[in-house]
Design a binder for this molecule. Structure first.
Ligand code: C2E
Ligand code: CA
Ligand code: CA
Length: 510
């Protein structure tokens, strides 16, 4: 038997059913026998006294195991917690591991509006009924809340983060298969949150369930179709409903968010080594809105990942555009937020986009903030960064010097370049202290085998000194401000022409 699915049903109905069919009914045997004798005489007494136990034995109500009991009672958080208690105890006894997954459909309201409540129920029921097909024997499924369904995994010898992420992705794909209702294929998307038994913030099943539900809440904030592991740092659900939040969400739908591109130069050759994609909101009334304004709004409304999808997709299109225009742009750099870095499916999604656009991974740089990466200590973040590096993408550590990256932590991540924050760069051509700082950072980077890029380079003086100090890449207003995609090819051509002239700063300083 595969995983047991306990479809959602009313709590009182469930308890009534359990009360009437459980072996505890036999506690009423003496009273029932007496009543039978009273009303029906000796024959009824005999029939009740012998018949009832025989009937129970026949339908197997005496032979329930603890697991069956948990499964049969399923359908509320207590039952799920109870099953998880068993799983945790058995895992500890047999040196095995367990985990709890919780799934929920994204945008059920949208489905209800489009198709009606009955269809929503049918779709939910049919999607959930596929769960046993992707689970193993002994795994149990419980409806824990109106929209949430928990899966208690039967203990197994090995269960690490990787395995549960893969299982979550399998569960998610099974749930997301379209359902055919009245000859219409209805699609739904589902989010998954999970907590490994080894990461249980408490010690019993209820704690494990609670942690998995918190991870699901995090996934739903970042969804649709997100998977999240319990990290212990999940914030309380955000309830922000300002006009700007709604406008930003609509703006995302309407394609109002676009990356602008700022060139990065190699100081050895003076040539363009890449463009950084910087998001801009082209607001229909307010004009261009910068990230400092809209990023907090998107974060609060849980739309940061949707922005990331857009920017990544449009950055892939930009690479294709440069290739078609025959301008040499080796790579594009995309910024990753903390939310994206916590998504276990990040590396797969990036791989999929690269594949879809037929772009080699070496042409994509991912920028991760020092302040996000280093203190997090989260294994999902570490795993993501290293998986992206293994894919062949380069990783830039953004705003270097503003966080507390230690040399040890830099070694933990497969970072290829540090981006020295503008605060160290400003006035480097005039300020000896700044020069000493930059020299120290460059020496450290060199010792670690890391490349370096100085950001916020505003003057030719700063550019020249950085090149002399051995900083191999520069970016900043002194070279160019971020620009829309359609201006980039002309800018590169113009820059290449300037390089051919004897006064080009790249040549002079390189
Ligand atoms: P960042 O990644 O450090 O990006 C560099 C910021 O410095 C950009 O601001 C850029 O326009 C600005 N800048 C470039 N050269 C100079 C200069 O010479 N002087 C000065 N003073 N500033 C310069 P922007 O575009 O406003 O972006 C601000 C921040 O917003 C970015 O900082 C990045 O952390 C974030 N951001 C931008 N786009 C995205 C995105 O698509 N996703 C995420 N997660 N974050 C983004
Ligand atoms: Ca950046
Ligand atoms: Ca930066």
């Amino acid at each position: 038997m595969k995983g047991t699915y306990n479809p959602p049903m009313g709590r009182s109905r469930r308890y009534l059913a359990a009360a009437l069919t459980g072996p505890q009914v036999l506690a009423f045997m003496p009273a029932l026998s007496l009543g039978a004798f009273w009303f029906g005489g000796e024959a009824w007494l005999l029939a009740t006294a012998l018949g009832l136990p025989a009937l129970y034995a026949l339908v197997g109500s005496f032979s329930q195991t603890a697991e069956d009991e948990a499964a049969a009672l399923g359908g509320n958080p207590e039952c799920a917690a109870h099953a998880l208690d068993h799983a945790i105890q058995n895992a500890a006894r047999d040196r095995k591991a367990t985990a709890c997954l919780v799934v929920a459909m994204d945008g059920a309201d949208h489905l209800r509006r489009n198709y009606g409540g009955d269809i929503l129920d049918t779709v939910t029921e049919r999607c959930l009924s596929r769960l046993p097909g992707v689970l193993r024997q002994g795994d149990q499924v419980f409806a824990v809340a109106d929209e949430e369904t928990a899966i208690a995994l039967a203990p197994v010898p090995r269960l690490d983060l990787e395995t549960v992420i893969q299982l979550s992705a399998r569960v998610q794909s099974a749930l997301e298969e379209p359902v055919s209702v009245d000859a219409t294929a209805v699609s739904s998307s589902w989010s998954v949150g999970f907590c490994l038994g080894s990461r249980n913030p408490g010690d019993d099943g209820a704690d494990l369930l609670q942690a998995a539900r918190a991870a699901l809440a995090d996934a739903r904030r970042n969804g649709p179709s997100a998977i999240r592991a319990h990290t212990g740092t999940q914030p309380a659900p955000a309830t922000v409903a300002s006009d700007l939040c709604n406008e930003a969400a609509q703006g995302l739908e309407a394609g109002q968010f676009r990356p602008w591109f700022q060139p990065q130069l190699c100081t050895d050759t003076g040539r363009v080594s890449g463009f950084e994609a910087l998001a801009r909101w082209q607001h229909p009334v307010q004009g261009i809105i910068p990230p400092a304004v809209f990023l907090p709004v998107l974060e609060k409304s849980g739309n940061l990942e949707r922005l990331a999808h857009e920017i990544l997709r449009q950055s892939m299109e930009a690479i294709k555009h440069w290739d078609r225009e025959e301008v040499k742009v080796p790579r594009v750099a995309v910024n990753l937020s903390a939310a994206e870095l916590s998504n276990p499916t990040l590396a797969d999604r990036v791989a999929w986009e690269l594949d879809r656009f037929d772009v080699s991974p070496g042409r994509l740089t991912l920028e991760v903030l020092e302040t996000v990466v280093v203190p997090s200590g989260s294994d999902v973040v570490t795993r993501n960064i290293n998986a992206l590096a293994d894919l062949g993408c380069t990783i830039d550590l953004d705003d270097f010097g503003t966080g507390h990256a230690s040399i040890a932590s830099l070694r933990r991540f497969k970072v290829s370049r540090i981006k020295i924050d503008r605060s160290f760069v400003a006035g480097v051509d005039r300020d000896a202290k700044q020069q000493r700082m930059i020299t120290a950072i460059l020496t450290m980077a060199d010792q670690l085998g890391l490349d370096a890029l100085a950001e916020g380079v505003e003057t030719t003086g700063e550019h020249a000194v950085l090149a002399q100090l051995g900083c191999r890449h520069v970016q900043g207003f002194g070279i160019a401000r971020p620009m829309p995609l359609d201006q980039t090819a002309d800018w590169v051509r113009h820059h290449e022409r300037k390089l051919g002239q004897p006064t080009g700063i790249g040549r002079a300083t390189g």
